[in-house]
Design a protein around this ligand. Structure first.
Ligand code: NAD
Length: 294
């Protein structure tokens, strides 16, 4: 029995149960990277992994903000570095993963989160915009996953957790053709890579957030937020904090037997195309005033 399955086995030992369960989510000593970690969802992901014990590298094009996130992580007592990289460029991706491994010695967890959107009607979308969105969101995710996987199979023990950032736009037609197609591609690429790389003990999963209250850094107007609340079964606008648990689950030993899955974190928003949303029975767990990090 491997060390990790022995620890899980202890869950059934009444003496060892609480510690064994808690340790499933412990990332102490793990080495992680987050692309697009300088702000938004990526920054939140980097902080969560660090809070759970991991050393975390920030891989991004935004240097000033990325250095600040790295400083904050070092403030938690973990190691961190900022690595400049445009994820759509194969050479930059290879160099970035090499820089992370040179510092950390290995790579256990990779969150491929860097992404962009080009708003506008599909009728007016220019090919350059299409190419850039697909290049960063889909090709960038593949380039990063490929470089991460090469490192993960070369290290001992051979294993790793790759988490790709999808979107509910992978599931619904949100009228941003390039973005929607890129995210559908990310979710299906995740399945394909999971099927290929399970043999190396590499788990590949994706998370698909709904409409986080900051969309690419911009706070949504109140009338839109109210509409989102009314169309979301769990009744509040999505906060960055709502992604913490799913990220930690997929990054940790708790998800060792989970691969190729897309965890939709949207408060139930995509479950129904309600014409008449049912009235709430009780207030949502999070009230409008508490959607603070959204
Ligand atoms: N915000 C939402 O509502 C939402 C919903 C679903 C999915 N997502 C996805 O979550 C991810 C993060 O979104 P966000 O809202 O935090 O966006 P954001 O704009 O706040 O952050 C994106 C980060 O990616 C970085 N980045 C952009 N292009 C890059 C490139 N070529 N190379 C390296 N880094 C690059 C940016 O500098 C930034 O730090 C994206 O993949 C996005 O599609 C966001």
């Amino acid at each position: 029995m491997s060390e990790s399955s022995a620890a899980v086995h202890e869950v059934w030992d009444p003496q060892g149960a609480p510690d064994a369960v808690r340790s499933l989510f412990d990332l102490s000593g793990k080495k992680a990277l987050v692309t697009g970690g300088s702000m938004g969802i990526g920054q939140a992901a980097a902080r969560v992994l660090a809070a759970a014990g991991a050393d975390v590298a920030i891989v991004d094009v935004e240097e000033d903000l990325g250095e600040r996130v790295a400083d904050a992580i070092r403030g938690l007592g973990r190691d961190s570095l900022f690595v400049p990289c445009d994820v759509s460029d194969a050479e930059q991706v290879e160099a970035a993963i090499a820089a992370v491994v040179q510092r950390f010695g290995r790579l256990d967890i990779a969150v491929n989160n860097a992404g962009i959107i080009r708003l506008g009607t599909d009728e007016s979308l220019e090919k350059d915009a299409w190419d850039r969105v697909i290049g960063v969101n889909l090709t960038g995710t593949w380039l990063c996953a490929r470089a991460e996987m090469r490192q993960m199979i070369r290290q001992q023990p051979t294993e790793g957790k790759i988490i790709n950032m999808g979107s509910i736009a992978a599931l619904i037609a949100a009228s941003n053709g390039a973005y929607d197609a890129s995210k559908a591609g990310v979710v299906h690429l995740t399945r394909t890579l999971a099927a290929s790389w399970g043999r190396y003990n590499i788990n590949v999963n994706s998370i698909s957030p709904g409409y986080v209250g900051t969309v690419f850094g911009q706070r949504r107007p109140e009338d839109e937020r109210q509409r989102l609340r009314s169309l979301t079964p769990l009744g509040h606008v999505q906060r960055l904090a709502d992604l913490h648990g799913p990220l930690l689950f997929l990054a940790s030993r708790a998800s060792d037997y989970v691969t190729g899955q897309n965890i939709v974190v949207d408060g139930g928003h995509t479950l129904s195309t309600w014409v008449f949303p049912p009235a709430r029975a009780v207030p949502p767990r999070i009230g409008p005033a508490e959607e603070i990090d959204a």
